[in-house]
Write a protein that binds this ligand. Structure first.
Ligand SMILES: CC(C)(COP(=O)(O)OP(=O)(O)OC[C@H]1O[C@@H](n2cnc3c(N)ncnc32)[C@H](O)[C@@H]1OP(=O)(O)O)[C@@H](O)C(=O)NCCC(=O)NCCS
Length: 194
């Protein structure tokens, strides 16, 4: 990836994508992510989710930013808060950054579902990733039964990687679900259904 000093603010009309702010985000993060629906579908999200979990997460992200500053602006992961009217309503992130490749991860508080927020957030960070970060390979892994998330990926120009090894998603209750790998195909984005 290209060196990047800070996480920028990206405007998406009625919401913004911005760096997490430990001075104001703890309460709304805790409120919106404290949901078993999210914890069942996103790796490493505790449930119940407490203020202490949010504080721990802010310290972790601060460590990520410090590491990037000491690593010539090369980030291990990049997390954007989805800011709706000042609230930390959700997250979209590039995780597992390796060279010009990254995995996409996201969640949105249930009060904000069904308004097309996540497809717009994903499209905005994809433009940022390709145009400004120099990424050329973005992928996502989703449980096969996560219909809403698969739909977000399809709307944004991701296609099922048919030759990927079948993968499994281990839920926190120990049950195993099938998972699928999707890869972003910028050249084919106009073919996807909105
Ligand atoms: C996935 C998620 C981010 C979607 O965000 P969103 O902003 O609500 O997305 P949208 O408003 O575009 O709605 C999702 C799409 O899935 C569809 N959808 C939702 N639930 C569905 C279901 N059970 N069956 C069929 N379609 C469904 C919606 O109709 C919509 O498609 P449409 O625009 O063609 O009508 C949100 O549901 C979420 O945070 N889920 C929990 C965390 C998660 O799953 N993260 C991803 C892990 S891979």
């Amino acid at each position: 990836m290209n060196p990047l000093r800070t996480i920028p603010t990206l405007h998406c009309g009625d919401f913004t994508l911005r760096a997490v702010d430990p001075t104001k985000d703890i309460d709304s993060l805790t409120k919106n992510i404290n949901d078993s629906h999210i914890a069942d579908r996103v790796t490493n999200v505790p449930n119940p989710y407490t203020v202490q979990d949010a504080q721990y997460w802010m310290v972790h992200l601060d460590g990520v930013a410090r590491h990037a500053a000491g690593n010539n602006g090369i980030w291990l992961r990049m997390d954007f808060a989805i800011d709706v009217a000042g609230e930390y309503a959700g997250s979209v992130a590039f995780i597992e950054i390796k060279g010009n490749s990254a995995q996409l991860s996201y969640w949105l508080g249930s009060r904000f579902h069904g308004k097309g927020i996540m497809p717009r957030a994903v499209e905005r960070v994809l433009d940022f990733a390709f145009d400004e970060c120099g990424f050329d390979h973005i992928w996502a892994e989703v449980a096969t039964d996560n219909v809403a998330s698969r739909r977000v990926l399809q709307k944004c120009g991701f296609f099922l990687q048919v030759d990927a090894h079948p993968s499994k998603w281990k839920r926190k209750d120990g049950t195993i679900r099938d998972a699928e790998t999707y890869v972003y195909q910028p050249d084919l984005r106009s073919l996807t259904t909105r």
